[in-house]
Design a protein around this ligand. Structure first.
Ligand code: RTP
Length: 199
């Protein structure tokens, strides 16, 4: 039975810096691939540390920055060769804070930001029927000590603060997080030739 398109979801999976440092990228990626989900996006990305400050602060500094940039832009013509975006913060500023904005009030938030920006992460988009809940099952409990053997965290991790992988917790967050971590053109819509094995 081929699943109807309504049931197809998107999820954002991220191999955290410890997963990359420990050489677990292939192992983790292959678990989603073997399950039968479809990879729609994949990249290695180092989130700049200096851009990962508190979301509130980054928004405030953005507004202050824009206030001055726009203020000066109206006084002087932009120099030739300088594109309109040259002096603006890089796209994706505060990406990690935005991603974890619901955890901002938690005492572990600063450590979490340090952890995620401590090295490159692997960003992945996966598509499939029920992929959001299924990926969370494959990943296992947040605290690896509570994660069942057979799950990624149950097999490969020990500490909550070093739990190797992230998975979106709802279809809405799946779409939101893919939009946050991937730029336009970085995702690939493709049709699997082995249908219906890949949805
Ligand atoms: P994730 O977003 O990474 O898939 O994790 P999750 O939904 O299973 O857990 P969540 O509560 O959203 O926490 C996000 C990440 O924050 C770190 N954390 N540290 N007590 C602590 O030190 C603590 N609690 C959570 C973990 O890296 C967790 O995955």
């Amino acid at each position: 039975l081929v699943a109807s398109m309504e049931e197809v979801e998107q999820t954002y999976i991220m191999i955290k810096p410890d997963g990359v440092q420990r050489g677990l990228v292939g192992e983790i990626l292959s678990r989603f691939e073997k399950k039968g989900f479809k990879l729609t996006g994949l990249k290695l990305f180092q989130c700049p540390k200096e851009l990962a400050e508190d979301l509130h602060c980054s928004l405030v500094s953005c507004y202050v920055f824009l206030f001055f940039v726009l203020g000066f832009a109206t006084l002087e013509p932009r120099p030739e060769g300088l594109s309109e975006t040259t002096s603006l913060p890089p796209r994706g500023s505060g990406k990690v804070c935005e991603h974890y904005k619901d955890l901002q009030s938690k005492p572990f938030f600063p450590k979490l930001i340090d952890y995620i920006t401590s090295g490159p992460v692997v960003c992945m988009g996966w598509e499939g029927v029920g992929v959001v809940a299924s990926a969370r099952k494959l990943i296992g409990a947040t605290n690896p000590l509570n994660a069942e053997p057979g799950t990624i965290r149950g097999d490969l991790a020990v500490q909550t603060g070093r739990n190797v992988v992230h998975g979106s917790d709802s279809p809405d967050n799946g779409k939101r997080e893919i939009g946050l971590w991937f730029k336009e053109g970085e995702l690939c819509a493709w049709t699997a030739v082995q249908e219906p094995w890949l949805v």
